[in-house]
Ligand binder design. Structure first.
Ligand code: CS2
Length: 483
C-alpha cells in the first residue's frame, strides 16, 4: 500500500456548478454517502439548481479536507466482490458554524435556498428521547435563546434563519431531517416550535402554518473512514482524497412528499420513494436494522468481536439475530405496502455479512442513551404488552447496561462515547450489587418510559439477563438464548 499523501490530490473536474439550493447541517460521512449522492444523480438526470453548502456545527475538519479539493470526494462502494469508486461533485462549499455563525445564517436566509437538510444524530435534537420534548436547560438551547446571532445547535440556526426569512418577507425553506428517529419530521417540528415559541409567538405560528417538515427514512451502512481506507483508495484511483466515504452497495430513501411550494430535486427519478406517510418504513428500518445493530454492537463488543460482520460470522450470533427478527421484531410490525418483512430481514443479514464493510461494534455502540428508546425500548413496551416473549431484546438492554459500566469482560476499560457517559459510569460504580445497578439505570426517566420502569416482569428479566452477562459473559448468554 502506498502512502497516498504522496499522490496528486483529488480535484473538482466540473467548473459549471449548479446554483446552491440546499444547505445541509451536520456534514458527516452518512450524508455524503447517501442523500448527497441521490441529489447529485437527480440533477444529472433532470437538472435543477440543487447544489449543496455543507455546514459543520462543531469542528473545521471536513472544511479543511474538502475545500482544498474543491469539495469533490470519492464515495467508495464496498461490494463483497470488490470496491467501486464514485466521484461526487455536489457540495459547493463547507462553512464552519462556530467560526462564522453569521455566514451560516446568511446562507440559510438566501432566497435561492429551498431546503435545509440535517444529519445531526439523535443528540443533535436537544430533546428528551423518551418524550420528544425540548430540553430547555440544554446548554446549546440556553445559548441559542440568549444570542440570536451565534446559535450553537442546529435548532437554533433553523429558528433564527426562519425568523430572518419571515421578517424579510421570503418564503420559508423546507426542513428535512435525515436522522434515524421515528417520526423524525414530526419530532423536529415539535422541538422547533417549542424553541420558536420561547422567542416569539408570531414566529412560532408562522412556522406552524408555513414550514414543511417531511419525515424520511434513510438507509445505507456507512462505516467511519479509517486512515488505511484512504491509502487503499489512493492505490485504486491514483489520487489522494483527504475525505472519502465508505459505503455498502445497498441504499434506500423514503420521503414524505411534502415540500414548501413542492420545490425539491427530482428524487423520484433516481429511485427515492416519495410517499404520503413514512411511518411503516421508518418503523421497519429502525427496529429491524438499527435495533439489531445496537443489540449486536453491545453483545458483540462484550464478546470481544470487533465488527458487525465478525459478529454475524459466529454461528451462535447468526442464530440469535435471526430469531430476534422472526420471534420478537417482525411480529410487532405492520409491513409497508408490498414489503415482505422476512425477506427484508434475510436481505439485512446478507448486508451484515458483507466482509468488505468493517463497521465497528464500538462505533454503533456510541450514544446508546439516545438510541435505545426508538430502536429497542418502544418495541419492548408493545411486545411485552402483547404478551410476546422478548428475551433477546431484553438481553440487549442488559448488555447496554453492562457496556456503559465501562469495564469489559476482561477487566479492561471501555471508551464509552455518550452524552450521558459520566452519569452512567457514576451510577454503575455507586451501586454495589447487580440488582442495584439495574435499578439505577432503569430509574433514568430520559431513557426509560414508565411503562417499562413499572413493569415487574421486565425488571426481573433485565436483572436476570444482567446477572447472566456478569456471571457467564455475552458469548455464553447468546449460546443459551438459542437453546
Ligand atoms: C448504525 C446506523 O451507527 C449506528 O448506530 O446503526 O448508522 C446504521 O448503519 C444506519 O442507520 C444504516 O442505515
Amino acid at each position: 500500500m502506498t502512502d497516498s499523501t504522496s499522490l496528486p490530490r483529488l480535484r473538482r473536474t466540473n467548473a459549471d456548478k449548479p446554483d446552491v439550493g440546499i444547505i445541509h447541517l451536520g456534514l458527516g460521512a452518512f450524508y455524503r454517502a447517501h442523500a448527497a449522492i441521490y441529489i447529485a444523480e437527480a440533477m444529472e438526470k433532470s437538472g435543477g439548481d440543487w447544489g449543496i453548502v455543507g455546514v459543520s456545527l462543531k469542528s473545521p475538519n471536513q472544511r479543511d479536507k474538502l475545500v482544498p479539493q474543491g469539495c469533490a470526494y470519492t464515495a467508495l462502494e464496498l461490494a463483497p466482490t470488490g470496491p467501486v469508486p464514485h466521484h461526487i461533485e455536489v457540495v459547493q462549499d463547507v462553512l464552519v458554524a462556530p467560526e462564522n455563525p453569521t455566514a451560516v445564517l446568511d446562507a440559510m436566509s438566501d432566497e435561492a435556498v429551498k431546503i435545509v437538510t440535517l444529519t445531526v444524530t439523535e443528540k443533535g435534537y436537544c430533546h428528551e428521547p423518551s418524550t420528544g420534548k425540548l430540553l430547555q436547560s440544554h446548554p446549546d438551547i440556553v445559548n441559542d435563546l440568549a444570542d440570536p446571532y451565534a446559535p450553537a445547535s442546529a435548532l437554533g440556526f433553523l429558528v433564527r434563519a426562519l425568523d430572518r426569512r419571515r421578517l424579510n418577507g421570503l418564503r420559508p425553506f423546507t426542513v428535512m431531517t435525515c436522522d434515524n428517529l421515528p417520526d423524525n419530521g414530526h419530532v423536529l417540528r415539535g422541538v422547533i416550535l417549542e424553541l420558536a415559541a420561547l422567542i416569539s409567538e408570531d414566529l412560532a405560528s408562522w412556522i406552524a402554518s408555513d414550514v414543511k417538515f417531511p419525515s424520511t427514512m434513510v438507509d445505507r451502512i456507512v462505516p467511519a473512514t479509517k486512515a488505511e481506507d484512504i491509502d487503499t483508495l489512493g492505490d485504486l484511483i491514483g489520487k489522494y482524497d483527504a475525505s472519502p466515504v465508505m459505503m455498502e452497495p445497498f441504499r434506500q430513501w423514503v420521503i414524505e412528499d411534502d415540500f414548501v411550494d413542492s420545490l425539491r430535486p427530482d428524487l423520484g427519478a433516481v429511485g427515492v420513494q416519495l410517499v404520503e406517510n413514512v411511518t411503516e418504513f421508518e418503523d421497519m428500518k429502525l427496529r429491524c436494522l438499527n435495533g439489531t445493530h445496537s443489540t449486536l454492537a453491545y453483545l458483540g463488543y462484550l464478546a470481544g468481536l470487533t465488527t458487525i460482520s465478525d459478529t454475524v460470522a459466529e454461528p451462535a450470533f447468526a442464530r440469535f439475530v435471526k430469531s430476534l427478527w422472526t420471534d420478537e421484531i417482525i411480529p410487532g410490525l405492520k409491513p409497508p405496502k408490498g414489503v415482505d418483512l422476512q425477506a427484508y430481514a434475510d436481505a439485512l443479514f446478507a448486508r451484515y455479512q458483507n466482509p468488505s464493510i468493517r463497521h465497528l461494534t464500538w462505533q454503533i455502540a456510541m450514544d446508546g442513551s439516545q438510541k435505545l428508546p426508538q430502536r429497542i425500548l418502544n418495541q419492548l413496551e408493545t411486545g411485552l404488552q402483547a404478551g410476546r416473549p422478548m428475551k433477546g431484546l431484553i438481553l440487549a438492554v442488559a448488555a447496554w447496561m453492562r457496556y456503559v459500566g465501562a469495564v469489559d469482560e476482561k477487566g479492561a476499560a471501555i471508551d464509552v462515547r455518550d452524552p450521558m457517559a459520566a452519569l452512567l459510569k457514576d451510577l454503575s460504580d455507586a451501586a454495589d450489587t447487580n440488582v442495584r445497578k439495574v435499578q439505577s439505570f432503569l430509574a433514568i426517566d430520559e431513557i426509560f418510559p414508565t411503562s417499562l420502569q413499572d413493569n415487574p416482569n421486565f425488571v426481573a428479566q433485565v436483572t436476570t439477563a444482567f446477572d447472566g452477562l456478569v456471571e457467564l459473559g455475552a458469548y455464553k448468554m447468546i449460546e443459551a438464548y438459542n437453546d
